[in-house]
Every structure is written in structure tokens, then in C-alpha cells.
Design a protein around this ligand. Structure first.
Ligand code: CA
Ligand code: CA
Length: 344
């Protein structure tokens, strides 16, 4: 046996001996807080066995420390919300260009806005996820309370999230489609249940367009049938595009168009369904809003919703565009997604 091997064998023996010794030690000298420490009414003097004898410290030395790797968060990081199974994409802290000088007056002025990091749902909230929420909370939606909801262009009695076209309809085969007939109040309540909140208008816009001021999630050209669900040749509206076919008359399953992803990997930020955001609407808000983590006006009449739906033309899905409606509104072209803030 050469010297090196002999040394290795000796060290291995020491480990075994140390392990045996550790197991045979009385519990009073095991490492860990003594039970008295939990009682703050005890005098400050340490109990006798709080200081481990030198022998114990020597036994501890050869044990290599086990380090828990800390994942680095950045663009492309993704995790699941255990409460509803939703996947969330990470939007790192930092500035982005918000607003536009090329749209309606309420998008101006374009400003550099700084946001803290956050997680945003990769897709719109689905029927399956909303069903979990209702099962857990017995939440009754605004549409159920009012007994009527807008289906395409008509108000239909008995239409609500689980019967999207009225009493004779159901969700069979549409579990992974965006939930419909949800008011701002329904959306807000859901996101709080899911451990988060609705995105602010600023968070939604950054998640959709990144930092460089692009007009659509994928760049500066309006979408095509390969990357977005819009009012294509299948669409029942009179402004439907007669040429392009995206495959969907109304909504599509969430995440159907991965090549239309935003710079952070968020899907369907343009198209499929409009999305509620947290903010009240104020046409002049950008002229006085804070440049760090703006949360919208303190009060208002309308809430903002964003991104266009299966009922809009691709050009109408400009990400800086701000739409507004009464928060009690619900219909077949509006949904939402949630944000989970990172630790404070
Ligand atoms: Ca379509
Ligand atoms: Ca959308």
C-alpha cells in the first residue's frame, strides 16, 4: 500500500469512527439550539450544554458543507404557481419605455419608467384554473349576479363563465381556453386568491413589449395568422380579414401562438382576449404619473384593459394602446392574467 492510499484509508477510517461516535453521543451535546433558548423569559446566561465541547467541534470538521444552490433569476426564468398550476415568467427589475408618441393622446408622453421585478402569468387565466378558484371559494361572478352577459354582440340571459354562450352551453373541451364573462372584480378576486394581484398598467405593458419601445410583443410589424389570434377570416365581425386564417373563429386555447411571445416569454399579450389590469383610467395619467412603479390614479370611473382580442384587427393590437370600460363589464372577449410580486 503506497503512502497516498494509506492516507486515504486513514481518513476514511476517521470518518467512520466519527460517524459512530456521533451516533453514540448523548443528545445533550448534539449540535442545535438547546430547548431553553426558545424560552425568552430565561436569564441571559447560557445553559451549561449550550457551548459544545471542543471534541464535538472536531468531529464536525470533516463533514463537507451542503450548499443549497440559489437559482439566478433573469429573462427566461419560469415557475409554477402551486395554487392554480399557472406558469409564470420573470420580468427583471429595471427601466422600460412606456407609452407612445404615435398613438392616441392618452399614450403620451412616452416615458422611461422603472419597475421592480415581478412574475406574470405566461398566459391568460383558463377555465380550468377559474374552476379551481370557484370550487375553493364559491365565488359568484358579476355575470351570475346580474343574470345576463354579452355574448359576441348580444346580451344573453344565463350566460356566465361556465356557460359561455348561455344556459345550453358548457366548457367541455375548453378547459384550456381563457375564462370569459369576468368583470374587473372577478379578476381582482381571483388574483388575490392565487397569492397575487392584477398587473398594474405599467407591469402589463412592460411584460408585453420589453424595454425597447417596440409596438407589438414580437416587434414592430402587426401580427399575422401564424403568431396571433385576431379577427381573421373565421371571425364573425364585419371587419374580419378575408384573406388570413389563424384557425380560430373566437378564442383559442391559451399559448397557441408561441412565436408571438413577448421578450419575457409571455403569450397572447396581443390578441385572444383583452386583459384587465389593476389601474383606474385617467386620460392624462402619463403626464403626472410617477416614474417608478406607478400604480394608477387613486380613483376613477373606468378600469383599463389591454392587448386586443380575437375580435380586433392586428393593427388594433398596438401594445401601448389603452382601452377603458366600467369595471362591472363582462363579455366573451375579455379575460385577465395575474402578477405575483417578488419578495419585498
Ligand atoms: Ca381568429
Ligand atoms: Ca390577450
Amino acid at each position: 500500500m503506497d503512502t497516498k492510499r494509506l492516507r486515504m484509508t486513514t481518513i476514511a477510517s476517521l470518518f467512520v469512527a466519527a460517524a459512530i461516535l456521533a451516533c453514540s453521543l448523548p443528545s445533550s451535546i448534539r449540535i442545535g439550539p438547546p430547548p431553553q433558548e426558545a424560552d425568552t423569559s430565561q436569564p441571559a446566561a447560557l445553559p451549561q450544554d449550550a457551548s459544545p465541547p471542543a471534541e464535538t467541534a472536531a468531529i464536525e470538521t470533516p463533514i463537507p458543507p451542503t450548499e443549497t444552490p440559489v437559482p439566478t433569476l433573469g429573462v427566461g426564468s419560469i415557475r409554477e404557481n402551486p395554487l392554480d398550476g399557472a406558469l409564470m415568467v420573470y420580468v427583471p427589475e429595471g427601466p422600460f419605455l412606456m407609452g407612445s408618441e404615435d398613438g392616441k393622446p392618452d399614450e403620451s408622453p412616452e416615458r422611461e419608467v422603472f419597475l421592480d421585478a415581478f412574475w406574470i402569468y405566461q398566459t391568460e387565466v383558463t377555465n380550468a384554473q377559474f374552476a379551481l378558484f370557484v370550487a375553493a371559494t364559491a365565488h359568484r361572478t358579476s355575470a351570475e349576479e346580474s343574470g345576463v352577459s354579452r355574448v359576441f354582440f348580444d346580451d344573453i340571459r344565463g350566460a356566465y363563465w361556465a356557460a359561455p354562450e348561455g344556459p345550453d352551453s358548457d366548457l367541455a373541451g375548453r378547459e384550456n381556453y381563457p375564462v370569459l364573462h369576468v368583470s374587473w372584480f372577478d379578476a381582482d378576486t381571483y388574483c388575490v386568491w392565487a397569492g397575487g394581484r392584477l398587473p398594474t398598467e405599467a407591469e402589463w405593458e412592460k411584460a408585453a413589449r420589453g424595454t425597447d419601445g417596440r409596438v407589438f410583443p414580437w416587434g414592430n410589424h402587426p401580427g399575422t395568422a401564424e403568431i396571433v389570434n385576431f379577427c381573421d377570416s373565421n371571425c364573425p365581425a364585419k371587419w374580419a380579414d378575408a384573406v388570413q386564417n389563424d384557425g380560430y373563429e373566437t378564442t383559442a386555447p391559451v399559448g397557441t401562438f408561441p412565436s408571438g411571445a413577448s421578450p419575457y416569454g409571455a403569450l397572447d399579450m396581443a390578441g385572444n382576449v383583452w386583459e384587465w389590469v389593476a389601474d383606474w383610467y385617467d386620460e392624462a395619467y402619463y403626464s403626472f404619473a410617477p416614474l417608478e412603479n406607478p400604480i394608477g390614479p387613486e380613483s376613477g370611473t373606468f378600469r383599463v384593459f389591454r392587448g386586443g382580442s380575437w375580435m380586433e384587427t392586428p393593427a388594433a393590437m398596438r401594445i401601448p394602446a389603452r382601452a377603458r370600460v366600467l369595471p362591472i363589464s363582462h363579455n366573451t372577449n375579455m379575460g385577465f392574467r395575474c402578477v405575483i410580486a417578488t419578495e419585498p
